[in-house]
Structures are given as C-alpha cells and as structure tokens.
Design a protein around this ligand. Structure first.
Ligand SMILES: Cc1cc2nc3c(=O)[nH]c(=O)nc-3n(C[C@H](O)[C@H](O)[C@H](O)COP(=O)(O)O)c2cc1C
Length: 254
C-alpha cells in the first residue's frame, strides 16, 4: 500500500490514510480520469413533503445581527431548558446553512457552503423532539425543494436517542432537535478516489460552521458533537453505514 512516500515505519491508521491520499506533483500531467455523472440526489418520492419557508424576503425586517457579530458571538451551548423552537426558525436555519439558494436552467446549483467539486455529498436528517408546529419524528431534508420528508414508522423517543450518545446524553435528551449529517461517499470518491474522503469531512465542517452562525443569528443554542454510536443511528434512519454513513451530529436547543 506504499504510495509516494517512503513508509518505512509502522503507521497509525490516520497516518496511513493521510499518506496514501496525498496528491503528488509527479502526477500533475496525468489526464483527469473520467467519472460518471454524480449519483442522483437522495429522494423519498413516496413520502409526504412538508414544504418549508425560506424567509428569503427578510421577514425579520432586516433585524439580523451582522456576520461579524455572529462570528464573535458563536459558541457551543450545552444546557437547554426544553423551550420551543419554531418550524420557521428550523426552516431558516436549514435554508441558510445547506439549502439550495439558486438553481439555473442547466441544473447548476448554488448552496451556502463550498463543496469540493460541487459534489455536495452530505445529507441532513432532522431528529425532532420539540419544535413548534412539527410532529416529533425523523425527517430527511430535501434541499432542492426546501422540504422535510418524514421517515415512516419511526418509533421515535428522545430517551432512545439519548442512549445513542456517548457522553452527550443530557444534551441529546433536552435538545429541541438534532441534525445528523450523513455522507453518500460515492459522490466524492467517484471523482477524487480515496482522497475524496478528506473532502467529505471538510464539507461537513463547512456546514457545521454555517449551522453555528445561523443559530447565533436565530438565537438558538447549539453544539457539534463527536460522541455518538453511528451504527445505531444509521439503523434508525435506515441507511446502510457503508454507501451512506453518519459522519457528524449537531444538537440544538434553548
Ligand atoms: C468535531 C467536533 C466534535 C465535538 N464534539 C463535542 C461533543 O461530543 N460534546 C461536546 O459537548 N462538545 C463537542 N464539540 C464542541 C467543542 O467542545 C467546542 O467547539 C469547543 O470546546 C470550543 O468551544 P466553543 O464552540 O464554545 O467556542 C465538538 C466540536 C467539534 C468541532
């Protein structure tokens, strides 16, 4: 598995992966490999959709904090008092963090975060506990239509989700909702090979920061979490963990 550097010693997994996914200057004249069209976007055509508002017309009467202020005020919040967050707040959060802001006639889209090769491999699932005007449950965010699809037959219980956390039980339990980021790995791997995995994690970080900044604007507390049991979460949202797997989770509450 040696690639370009002299891997003489035993490498830990991260070193092994990192060294085996470097781009080398020597490869610069290689023709770009052709790759098939990006896998289709994730859709749940048979499920009912809840169309969300975009809040694009500045219905807040322009009463937002500035970007600089949002950056300065951004922080992790871990104590929630089970206060309601509204569906409109959730809609705005999703739209400005990871919505589709513009789609031209050729289907080229523009979204709030940068994404390597515009592959947008990340999907969002919302685990709703306490959102005004929205039933408890698990939803997939359909960004193209700015809509939520409620996943069927989910025995949803906050306590079950608290058990899926490792060290963040109280945060999960008292949160209004959780946003689970998954990745459809092939979207990036197809274009960049194993190196694409690096980009997937970077993409997730961009979305995470957008979520933090938008929550600051909307006065919703949030915290990114790395402590959770992904296999159980993957079972709950019915993804296989191989082609599509959980890579990040952000909790929200007030
Ligand atoms: C990838 C990642 C994983 C994190 N995991 C957790 C976590 O499991 N539990 C937690 O309470 N905070 C978690 N955090 C939040 C950090 O602890 C927090 O960002 C850091 O302490 C800095 O504080 P601040 O966000 O308030 O500036 C995580 C942050 C990141 C970026």
């Amino acid at each position: 598995m040696k690639k370009t550097r002299d891997l003489k010693e035993e490498f830990s997994l991260h070193q092994f992966y990192h060294q085996n996914t470097i781009l080398t200057y020597a490869e610069r004249y290689k023709k770009p490999v052709s790759f098939p069209v990006c896998p289709p976007k994730k859709m749940y055509p048979k499920l009912n959709k809840i169309y969300l508002s975009t809040n694009d017309n500045d219905t807040n009467n322009g009463n937002h904090i500035t970007l600089r202020k949002a950056i300065k005020n951004r922080k992790s919040t871990r104590v929630y008092n089970k206060n309601n967050i509204t569906l409109e707040q959730l809609s705005t959060l999703l739209y400005y963090s990871y919505g589709v802001i513009h789609m031209d006639s050729d289907g080229i889209i523009r979204r709030p975060p940068a994404s390597a090769g515009a592959r947008y491999p990340i999907e969002l699932y919302i685990v709703v506990n306490n959102v005004k005007d929205l039933r408890k449950g698990i939803y997939h965010y359909n960004a193209e239509e700015h809509a939520l699809c409620e996943l069927p037959n989910k025995q949803y219980s906050v306590s079950d989700w608290a058990l899926l956390s490792s060290g963040n039980e109280e945060i999960f339990e008292k949160s209004s909702f959780l946003i689970v980021m998954t990745s459809i790995f092939e979207k990036s791997i197809q274009k960049y090979g194993e190196r694409g995995y690096r980009y997937i994690l970077l993409d997730a970080g961009h979305i995470g920061q957008n979520l933090y900044l938008m929550s600051t604007d909307l006065e919703i507390g949030c915290v990114e979490t790395g402590g959770y049991y992904e296999q159980e979460i993957e079972r709950s949202i019915e993804i296989d963990g191989v082609r599509e797997g959980v890579i990040h989770l952000v909790a929200f509450g007030n």
